[in-house]
Design a protein around this ligand. Structure first.
Ligand code: FAD
Ligand code: NAP
Length: 429
């Protein structure tokens, strides 16, 4: 059977996969359970796949958040909004004629690897199941949609939601709200709710450095690009120093000091959080100890009553279409070479399943080019694939704290270079 490739997802990672593989003359069928392309960037007031909210603007700047062959229009803002991004991804799909390859409103329910090594893919559309056979499977289902919930002793009897369900600040007007977490969702949600709440509280289980969106008038990631000639540890040292010069000590804000080096957690980028704290709109709290009705006790023995809790505690890696005994990255390590090649299954590819200190889709684009070369038989799988996969787990680009969100981190610039090195090998042939 000639190659027939199934692609799951038409978000920012799926789109370059559809483009590169189909443009190489390979048969492609892509499925997406949404009604259009754009994935996470299709904002919806109701709960959906997307985890963005009314006021989300990205934290990676437009200069470093574009596909190499499709630049943003000059009028797009430095940090595009979800609407600007949705338009960008939809223009990309139109420009490269990708819509014809995508079956929308179609959920991939299961993917089974047959004894022949082909993939049996079962989809559901309009409540009807359909089965198709493919030679190869490309997984681009995203990793910021399945909420990861915290658990504490006791019960909270007020309103409890996850950042995935948070859509706008208005419903929290005049309420007392506790936001949990120190990542980008938590800090964005705390800032946004603090505009309307009676008071917003922010609970961190450790200290973080808050990085501003602009340094010396430039988007911070553009500013940081000037340091890419330095080794990663030196870059981090310098970045930590600059953050300190900009903010001073966390103590000034009533926040705990970081318990780790710069780069050892995914960066939290926010230009309003510290300002809101200093204006008394957001009050920092330590880690939660327990719930009792609407009262929440904290580790420092303080307590407060709350109307609402918004847990911004991150997302699980989830592939519900695989049998858990076949593949399960939710709990454990992710041993994939270049975060995309499986040690045993040479007809299985993951695109976009990595967490850069920067934007995801330029890396997803390079992964897509490499996957296309592999599908064309132009890129040769290394003979030591198993060892390379294991090395991804034991030798990450940077040492980070051991919490589940840090299992798939890559350095944006090094990751692109590593992928391009493999692509260039083929181009030399
Ligand atoms: C609030 C927020 C802000 C963010 N900001 C940034 C940022 O500044 N920069 C950055 O790089 N990243 C950011 N991210 C990360 C985000 O994951 C990426 O921007 C991007 O959306 C990843 O693209 P993706 O295609 O891998 O996944 P998604 O965008 O999640 O797309 C996955 C697609 O797969 C489809 N799908 C999933 N499962 C199935 C199935 N079983 N069957 C059929 N279709 C399926 C979905 O409908 C969706 O269209 C942010 C995330 C959040 C939540
Ligand atoms: N504006 C934007 O562009 C924007 C907005 C939101 C999100 N994002 C992106 O979306 C992705 C997800 O971000 P996120 O902030 O939702 O999740 P995240 O990066 O996984 O952060 C989760 C936070 O919750 C903490 N946490 C996890 N479990 C906890 C528990 N049981 N109790 C207390 N705290 C707990 C984590 O602590 P540890 O540090 O200990 O792990 C971390 O501070 C990231 O890539 C992020 O950059 C971007």
């Amino acid at each position: 059977m000639s190659k027939r490739v199934c692609i799951i997802g038409a978000g920012p990672s799926g789109l370059p996969a559809i483009k590169n593989i189909s443009h190489a003359g390979i048969k492609v069928v892509a499925y997406d359970y949404n009604h259009d392309v754009g994935g996470n960037w299709i904002y919806n007031e109701n709960e959906s796949h997307s985890s963005v909210f009314e006021t989300t603007h990205i934290i990676s700047s437009k200069t470093l958040s574009q596909y190499e062959d499709f630049p943003f229009k000059p009028e797009v803002s430095d940090y595009p909004s979800h609407e600007e991004l949705k338009n960008y991804f939809q223009s990309y799909a139109r420009h490269f004629n990708l819509y014809d390859f995508i079956q929308f409103n179609t959920l991939v329910k299961s993917c089974v690897r047959l004894p022949s090594n082909d993939w049996e893919v079962t989809t559901i559309k309009n409540e009807k199941e359909h089965v198709e056979i493919f030679t190869d499977l490309v997984v681009c289902n995203g990793h910021h949609w399945e909420p990861k919930y915290p658990s504490y002793p006791g019960n909270f009897t007020g309103e409890f939601l996850h950042s995935h369900q948070y859509k706008k600040a208005a419903p929290f007007a005049n309420k007392k709200v506790l936001v949990i977490g120190g990542g980008n969702s938590a800090c964005d949600v705390a800032v946004e709710t603090s505009r309307v709440t009676a008071k917003t509280y922010l609970s961190w289980r450790r200290g973080y450095r808050i990085i501003p969106k602009f340094l010396m008038g430039k988007p911070t990631d553009v500013f940081a690009t000037k340091m890419t000639f330095l080794p990663i540890y030196l870059r981090n040292l310098l970045a930590g120093f600059i953050a300190h010069i900009n903010n001073g000590s966390n103590k000034i804000y009533g926040l705990p000091e970081p318990d780790h080096k710069f780069g050892a957690t995914h960066p939290t980028i926010n230009s309003e959080l510290l300002y809101k704290i200093r204006h008394g709109k957001i009050k920092p709290k330590p880690e939660i100890d327990r719930f009792e009705g609407k009262t929440i006790y904290f580790k420092d023995s303080s307590y407060e009553e709350f109307d609402s809790v918004i847990a911004c505690t991150g997302f699980e890696l989830a592939h519900p279409f695989f049998d858990k005994n076949f593949l399960n990255y939710t709990e454990g390590p992710v041993p994939l070479y270049l975060k995309m090649f499986h040690a045993e299954y040479d007809n299985l590819f993951f695109i976009g399943m990595f967490q850069p200190l920067g934007c995801i889709w330029p890396g997803a684009e390079q992964q897509s080019i490499l996957a296309t070369l592999a599908l064309k038989g132009l890129w040769e799988r290394p003979s030591n694939m198993k060892a390379l996969c294991e090395r991804e787990v034991t030798n990450p680009h940077m040492k980070q704290i051991n919490t589940s969100r840090h299992r798939i981190t890559v350095d944006f610039h090094k990751f692109l270079k590593d992928l391009q090195k493999q692509i260039k090998k083929v181009k030399k042939i």
